[in-house]
Ligand binder design. Structure first.
Ligand code: PLP
Length: 455
């Protein structure tokens, strides 16, 4: 028997549902919010409240909710063939077509894809794949992967180890061996006394230092998100990525771009990392707009040639690698993104409009910095503003101002995420100018309410 009654749902949720990344003590007191419907960029909860989804679900619903052609593509595939695997010399029609389509969208030099069920599984795949690559080339000692503090690369053992979230490392004895971290290119945190450009070069130099500490002959790869998402939309200085590529080249190490958030148009390119020529690209989320789970790794010719020609069999795979329904959903989702020119719009008019409107929030008394990159954006809540961002005064962490603000956002019609006192959004790529105006208006109203509460 299923129920739709909110009170009963809350009780059942409390009794049975162990949620990801949720403080269950706090949840018990408040009760969970039950989302029941989505249309376009809006969601409705079980009590009839409407909210504008500034986070695209969890950074994924690029094309918005309720797209009828997605329903059609998914249900037709379920009718035709709901499941078959890709192991042992078999494949399915949508899996092949999606592999082909992705090879067309990926940067030059990427002809292969390995499918997984999620971004975490894709990053686990990366760990095994880069170690296999170096083994096959006769360098089994090259097994260390360098990542960054405050990065998010998933929740599996390898994904959470690659990630640099101390709260995750504290639980379960992470990181696993062979994964080390360097600082993140967070100008506001670490760039005092420098221009953004100078700081970008310095932050990249931490990679070279770590390579030399570990020993260049032991390092397999460096992994990073083009813009750190879950860490708080950390937008690196323009000088950072070219330096990272130069350093990877200097020591011959592989560069893995984790594009689980940034892939498929969010930063105004199909793959944001294209200019700095990665060797592997992790994707998930936007590939299906979250309608059905799917992830994977785009594999460059450099890696694929070794895996295929020298390796033969890669003893790795998931039941749902290349799931035909997920692949059918991805094909339709990518068709929509292309036919509505969402990538071009984010790179052009809607991206520019979001930047203009969102950065104007910096005039609010609570906002120290407001910035965007494509269709991700973040603002810093500060106790005292100053022109020099490094002289701004932060709120006492115990006040949890970000969480106060997040509650005002949610209760007043817009979903915005808090990472400490940094408020972030990653709205659906289909947003119109009028919807951007509406979203920024709702954000400003919630900032006013936050100011009243914390001043
Ligand atoms: N990598 C990045 C950059 C992510 O943001 C995420 C999820 O937010 C993941 C990997 C993990 O993806 P999933 O939750 O699908 O396992």
């Amino acid at each position: 028997m299923t129920t739709h009654d909110t009170h009963t749902l809350r009780e059942l949720d409390h009794a049975h549902y162990l949620h990801p990344f949720t403080d269950h003590k706090a949840l018990g007191e408040k009760g969970v919010r039950v989302m029941v419907r989505g249309e376009g960029i809006y969601l409705w909860d079980s009590e009839g409240n409407k909210v504008l989804d500034g986070m695209s679900g969890l950074w994924c619903v690029a094309i918005g909710y309720g797209r009828s052609t997605m329903t059609k593509a998914i249900s037709e595939q379920i009718d035709t063939l709901p499941f078959y695997n890709s192991f042992f010399n078999t494949t399915t029609v949508p899996a092949v077509n999606l592999a082909h389509r992705l090879s067309q969208l990926a940067p030059p030099g990427f002809k292969h894809v390995f499918f997984t069920g999620s971004g975490s599984e894709a990053n686990d795949t990366n760990v095994r794949m880069v170690r296999r690559y170096w083994d096959l080339l006769g360098y089994p000692d090259r097994h260390v992967i360098i990542s960054r503090h405050n990065a998010y690369h998933g929740s599996t053992m390898a994904g959470a180890s690659l990630g640099g979230m101390s709260g995750m490392h504290e639980q379960g004895g992470l990181p696993i061996p062979g994964i080390v971290h360097i600082g993140q290119p967070n100008y506001y945190e670490s760039g005092a006394g420098m221009t953004r450009e100078e700081f970008g070069v310095q932050a990249a130099s931490w990679l070279e230092k770590k390579i030399l500490d570990v020993g260049a002959d032991k390092v397999a790869a460096f992994i990073a998100e083009p813009v750190q998402g879950a860490g708080g939309v950390v937008i690196p200085p323009d000088t950072y990525w070219p330096e990272i590529r130069r350093i990877c080249d200097k020591y011959g190490i592989l560069l893995i771009a984790d594009e689980v958030i940034t892939g498929f148009g969010r930063l105004g390119r199909w793959f944001a990392s294209e200019p700095y020529k990665p060797d592997l690209i992790t994707f998930a989320k936007g590939v299906t707009s979250g309608y059905i789970p799917l992830g994977g790794v785009m594999v460059s010719d450099r890696v694929a040639d070794v895996l295929i020609r020298q390796g033969g069999e890669f003893n790795h795979g998931f039941t749902y690698s290349g799931h035909p329904v997920a692949c059918a959903a991805a094909l339709e989702n990518l068709r929509i993104i292309e036919s509505e020119n969402l990538v071009g719009r984010v790179a052009g008019e809607t991206g520019a409009y979001l930047k203009q409107k969102f950065t104007a929030l910096a005039d609010h008394p609570l906002v120290g910095v407001a910035e965007t990159s494509g269709f991700v954006a973040g603002l810093n809540l500060v106790k005292r503003k100053a022109e020099n961002v490094h002289q701004q005064v932060a709120f006492d962490a115990d006040l949890a101002v970000g969480m106060v603000c997040r509650a005002h956002m949610f209760n007043n019609g817009v979903i915005m995420r808090a990472v400490g006192d940094r408020m972030i959004i990653a709205p659906p790529l289909v947003m119109t100018h009028a919807q951007i105006d509406e979203m920024v208006g709702l954000i400003r109203h919630a900032l006013d309410l936050t100011l009243e509460e914390v001043k």
